[in-house]
Design a binder for this molecule. Sequence first.
Ligand code: G3P
Length: 215
Amino acid sequence: MKIFIDTANLDKIREVNSWGILDGVTTNPSLVAKENTDFETLVGEICKIVSGPISAEVMSETATEMVEEARKLAAINKNVVIKVPMTEEGLKATKTLAEEGIPVNMTLVFSAAQALLACKAGARYISPFVGRFDDVGEDGLRLIAEIMDILDSYDFDTEVIVASIRHPIHVTQAARMGAHIATIPYDVLKKMFNHPLTDIGIKRFKDDWAKVPKK
Ligand code: G3P
């Protein structure tokens, strides 16, 4: 499973990149709004840190405007992936951008039917939001299972980015289903490290090592 970080914060991206496990970055308008930098500069800076796909979202509502916005963002760096919302106009824009060779991450996916349409339109990635789906009493991981079932049956060149992740179990369960990518917030990535038995084990080894006679 590829691991992306879901943030626009450069310090967090640098830190997680230094762990050696980072394959890409996803941003969204809310994450960008937390940083005090204009969008294009921020995307350019992220591309300097991470050499994998970097998702940047368009804000236009018509397909024509989305495509224009996407072309400008794609010109920042060859690794920029355009995040397009799952709307009728978004589907049209995805089709056009895919034909131009600009990769699209179709976002705000909440059903297997939406995922199927995004794949048909040529989306390179689709982002089902598991946490937000759970929040409204639905089952986000079941949605991932349904989408993976569909992808297993056909030959789409589309990868699933499990998004809106709230805890490590979202990641590990999605990995068991074969989801291609998890985009994980910084705090959840930190939680994936931690296990109390690891900490206890390190302390016990350290204490015992202190008793070993030294030359
Ligand atoms: O970036 C898309 C998605 O991961 C947003 O997550 O936490 O705002 O539901 P969240």
